[in-house]
Write a protein that binds this ligand. Structure first.
Ligand SMILES: C[S@@+](CC[C@H](N)C(=O)[O-])C[C@H]1O[C@@H](n2cnc3c(N)ncnc32)[C@H](O)[C@@H]1O
Length: 242
């Protein structure tokens, strides 16, 4: 079950306005070009920003996500009518043979157990043509980025068109060996409503991710840093093995 932030319509509609700078998608768009991909599967596509961007370039895109409220927003974006949207998880996809599969926005970290993560990697592999690539990012646990997830650093008031003012902040609720839990709070000026969304993310090391990819039948071609978040993210470029 995705976090409330993605499945509650009132919160899902804040996702894009609260994080409008999607420079993080540049590295994925560049890899689409580099590999000459004509077909892309975007796993955990959310509100569909990347899928619609690619569709606008004439690429055949499938976007899959289990959060109906987020997919509803995706369906309303320019270019959305050229995307195949699937409500569900990667294992729910129809048969595909795409050139490239992506997981942008740290989707890889929502899979908390090894079983869920492996199932996703295998489903992505099944959707790739032989030699097709899987590209995704995951936060480097060595950077311990969650230390900055405090109310003091995150407290913001944003005026969202059509919604009004919204105050938001994040607080840590638990830090374990490789799981980090946190809560986002949203306070709406319009009616004073206070909504919260609890999340847990898994932080895997470079060695753990590499081993999981190899076990699922991939060759890891490259692990690079995200240009917009140096030292904090690892971007994996894996290829479907024979
Ligand atoms: C941080 S958002 C990223 C969305 C989008 N990729 C982006 O870059 O804006 C995480 C997404 O993962 C999705 N998600 C949660 N559980 C999932 C699962 N089991 N399979 C696929 N996506 C999932 C959520 O619904 C949400 O849309």
């Amino acid at each position: 079950m995705p976090d409330r932030a993605f499945i509650e319509p009132r919160l899902a509609e804040l996702y894009d306005p609260l994080d409008p700078d999607r420079g993080d998608l540049d590295v994925y768009a560049a890899l689409v070009d580099k590999f000459g991909a004509r077909s892309v599967l975007d796993i955990g596509c959310g509100t569909g920003t990347f899928a619609c961007l690619l569709a606008g370039r004439g690429i055949a895109v499938t976007g899959v996500d289990p959060a109906a409220a987020s997919l509803d927003l995706a369906r309303g974006k320019p270019g959305a009518d050229r995307v195949r949207w699937v409500l569900g998880q990667a294992g729910d996809l129809p048969p595909l043979q795409v050139d490239l599969a992506t997981m942008t926005g740290n989707v890889a970290q929502v899979f908390l157990t090894d079983e869920e993560w492996t199932a996703t990697l295998l489903a992505a592999r099944a959707a790739l043509r032989p030699g097709g690539r899987l590209v995704f990012e995951t936060r480097d646990p060595a950077a311990r980025g969650w230390r900055e997830w405090t109310r003091e650093r995150s407290d913001e008031h944003t005026v969202v068109p059509g919604v009004g003012g919204v105050r938001t902040w994040v607080e840590l609720t638990g830090v374990g060996d490789d799981l980090v839990s946190f809560r986002w709070t949203y306070v709406f000026d319009a009616d004073g409503a206070v909504l919260t969304s609890d999340s847990t993310l898994r932080f895997r090391t470079r060695a753990e991710v590499t081993a999981s990819l190899v076990a699922a039948g991939y060759v890891v071609d490259e692990v690079r840093g995200a240009p917009d978040r140096p030292g904090r993210e690892m971007v994996f470029v894996a290829r479907r093995g024979a």
